[in-house]
Design a protein around this ligand. Structure first.
Ligand SMILES: [Zn+2]
Length: 412
């Protein structure tokens, strides 16, 4: 089998897709079911059809492009990622896994491979949480991690429901049809840029992911008492922002002292009310994002944060409430797929390293219904979710080649 990736075409397709965007180049903005996203979907479907793939779309807009295997009844081998992009993002996050996956299939077709299992490219709907506030919408529903009833409650910031948005986009069948049976995929492999600096720093071209960190996210509200910045004496105050500041530092301390570098916690939003220069903050809304590769360790960190919350609330006489947005379990990648990826790297003489994915991906949810693994390629300075995100055509082609080799071995 003489596998060859058409590096130039793949690079040109990534550029072309980047042009379908709501931002000025080189930035890319493609919010799920926006006109740009719908145009990009149509563009991708046309390319998949040109490659002879059979298209199926489910009611939440996940797109399946299947290269039929010799045994139509055998479970498929899947690959894919997402093409939605947060505002002012780059060209490569998600896209490398979708167009790299398509090119991997075309490379197998060109060299005359005839796999037993079908190989299917999967485009996930709304990996990014931008529009509906929750990431990995498509894969959550495919895996059953999100129920149709929960999905029907989703609304965007304009108050438009997912139901309305998806119907307008042409997806009208009941959401109950989205979930896949757990025997649907024999294996699922996602190619992705690392979104971190390790591969580049170590000058290793390929990363084989052995586990995906478990994210949890909470909304925290601190309620104190407002008042005049001049008139209320310091001893009398129940300043919500001072309490929030103490909680933020406690959160940082919990993550730093967990004993593992894989524990990370971030407060990324801090809204202060009423937000006036001469007014004591009466209410603060925070978001907490906490992740770990080990569920027990993450849960222990969350308990420590909970204890800090109670102590600070009592000490400062404020009310601190929290609301769970999500708390997902980490994924262990399937040893058989990790091994297939390692062998594919070795076969082509590429160095590789085993690593953890600290960002989460659709594969996290696919792991609930299928054996999964991920393949990472370097991205410059580890930058992602910004316009100067960059992966070289050589690195992308190398990733697509190893993906093709792996798909062939899993589908044989
Ligand atoms: Zn991504």
């Amino acid at each position: 089998m003489n596998l060859e990736i058409d590096r130039d075409r793949l690079a040109a397709e990534i550029e072309e897709l980047a042009g379908i965007s709501d931002a000025e180049p080189p930035a890319v903005t493609r919010i799920v079911f926006s006109p740009a996203d719908l145009k990009a979907r149509a563009w991708l479907i046309a390319r998949c059809e040109k490659a002879g793939l059979a298209i199926r779309q489910d009611p939440v807009g996940n797109i399946f492009a299947r290269w039929a295997g010799a045994d139509a009844n055998a479970a498929a081998v899947g690959t894919g990622s997402h093409i939605d992009a947060i505002p002012n993002a780059g060209k490569y996050d998600g896209v490398v896994g979708v167009l790299g996956g398509l090119e991997a299939i075309r490379a197998l077709q060109r060299c005359g491979a005839r796999p037993k299992h079908s190989i299917e490219l999967l485009l996930f709907t709304s990996e990014e949480p931008t529009r509906f506030g929750i990431g990995c919408l498509g894969s959550r529903m495919l895996s059953g991690a999100m129920t149709p009833d929960a999905a029907r409650k989703l609304v965007d910031k304009d108050g438009t429901s997912l139901e309305e948005v998806r119907r307008k986009a042409g997806y009208s069948a009941p959401l109950e049809e989205v979930k896949l049976p757990s025997c649907y995929y024999k294996a699922f492999v996602e190619l992705h840029i690392e979104q971190g600096p390790l591969l580049e720093q170590k000058q290793i071209p390929l990363g084989i992911v052995t586990s995906i960190a478990a994210p949890a996210s909470l909304r925290i509200t601190v309620e104190g008492a407002g008042g005049h910045a001049g008139a209320v004496l310091m001893q009398e105050r129940r300043d919500a922002l001072c309490a929030a500041a103490e909680l933020i530092l406690a959160i940082e301390d919990v993550a730093k002292s967990s004993g593992a570098i894989d524990t990370v916690a971030t407060v990324g939003i801090c809204d202060v009310f009423p937000g006036a220069v001469n007014s004591i903050p009466s209410r603060v809304r925070l978001t907490l994002d906490i992740r770990d590769t080990d569920l027990a360790r993450r849960d222990a960190a969350m308990r420590a944060i909970e204890a800090a919350r109670q102590t600070i609330a009592a000490k400062r006489q404020v009310a601190i409430s929290e609301e769970f947005v999500n708390a997902d379990a980490p994924a262990r990648c399937a040893p058989a797929i990790v091994e297939a990826l390692s062998q594919a790297c070795a076969k082509h003489g590429f160095a590789s390293m085993k690593m953890v994915s600290r960002a989460y991906h659709d594969s996290l949810f696919m792991s609930r219904i299928a054996p999964v693994a991920m393949l990472f390629i370097p991205c410059r300075n580890g930058y992602s979710h910004r316009p100067d995100e960059y992966a070289s055509p050589e690195d992308i082609a190398r990733g697509a080649l190893v993906l093709a080799e792996t798909l062939a071995s899993l589908a044989s």
